[in-house]
Design a protein around this ligand. Sequence first.
Ligand SMILES: Nc1ncnc2c1ncn2[C@@H]1O[C@H](COP(=O)(O)OP(=O)(O)OP(=O)(O)O)[C@@H](O)[C@H]1O
Length: 331
Amino acid sequence: MVQDSSLVLTALVKRYGDTVAVAGIDLKIPSASYCCLLGPSGCGKTSTLRMIAGHETVSSGEILLGGKYITRSAPADRGTAMMFQSYALFPHLSVLDNVAFSWKMRGRSEAERHKRARELLDLVSMGALAQRLPSQLSGGQQQRVALARALMTEPRVLLLDEPLSALDPFLRVQMRAELKRWQQELGFTFVHVTHSQEEAMALADQVVVMNNARIEQAGSPREVFNAPRSEFVARFMGAHNVIDSPAGPIAVRADRLALHRTPVPDAREVAVRAVEYQGTCVLVKVSPVAGGAETFWTASVPDAVFDAGPLAPGETVYASWPARDAHALVA
Ligand SMILES: Nc1ncnc2c1ncn2[C@@H]1O[C@H](COP(=O)(O)OP(=O)(O)OP(=O)(O)O)[C@@H](O)[C@H]1O
C-alpha cells in the first residue's frame, strides 16, 4: 500500500523575538506531489521548511503528515528528510559511507547498510563512483549523493532548501529534470524552496507564492501564471504588465499585449521606449502617452511578426489586449 505522504499546515506561525517570519499560513500539499515554496528573500520560505523538518520550533499552529500531528515530534521521528543548500557531505567518508551513515547510527549491519546505499546510489546514477571521496566529485554529483543520503532515512516527505542554487545554469536545468523524475519514481512528497519562478514553474504540481510571511497565492503553475491574484504575484512571476483600468488594476501577459500602427477600439496610445531582441521574440517596451513617462509596459512580439513590421524607439503606436486576457488584481 502506498503511504499517505500528504502535508497539512494550519495557522502556522513562526516568530523570532519581534520578527514574524511566518504569519499564520494554511496550506494543503497532496500526497506524492511536488510543491515549490516560491518568493523573495526573507518572505518566510526557509522558516516554513525548517518547521516542517522539526529543525525550528513552531510558535503556534499545527503540522500534519499523513493525517498525524507531527508539530512537536523530534526531527528523526517525523518521516521527513532535508536536503540542504550546501550538500554537507562528510569529507573523510566515501560516497558509499556517506549514504550509509544514518543506518550506521541506527546500528544496522555493514552488509545491510551498504546494500541499501548501493541501491540508492544506482537510483541517482552514482553507483560507479561509490568509493570516491566527496572532494573528488562535481557539484552535480555531490548533489546526487546528498539526495541518496536523504533517501536512506526512508522519508515520506523530502524537503529541499534551494537545492539547485550552487550549480551552474546548464547543470541546474539538467538536475531540475532529474529531481522531477526521482519524485515521480519514488512517489512521495517533495517540498522545494526556491526564489526562482522559472524553477518553480518547471517542477511544481503546486506553486505557493509567499510574500511578507504570508501566502499570496497557491495553485498549479498554470493557474498562478495565467491568473495572478495580486500585483505582487503578477510582478514576481514576470512576463506580465500591471495596468490601471477604470475598474482597478489588471494583469495582462506581455505576449497578449498587441501593438498596432493605427488606432483600434479600446486601444491605448503608447510611445515605444526600447526594443530588446531575445531570440524567439522581441520585447518592445512602451509607455502610455496619457499615463506618464515612468509607466512601462512590455509587449512580447514573436520575432517573425516583429521583422514583418519593425518598431523603433520614439514611434507612437496603439496597445490593446483581448478582454479575456485582463485579470483583475486585488489591491
Ligand atoms: N534565526 C533567526 N533569528 C531571527 N530572525 C530570523 C531567523 N531566521 C530567519 N529570520 C527572519 O525571518 C524572516 C524570514 O526568514 P526566512 O529565512 O524564512 O526567509 P526566506 O524566504 O527563506 O529567505 P531566503 O530566500 O533569503 O532564505 C526574515 O526576516 C529573517 O531575517
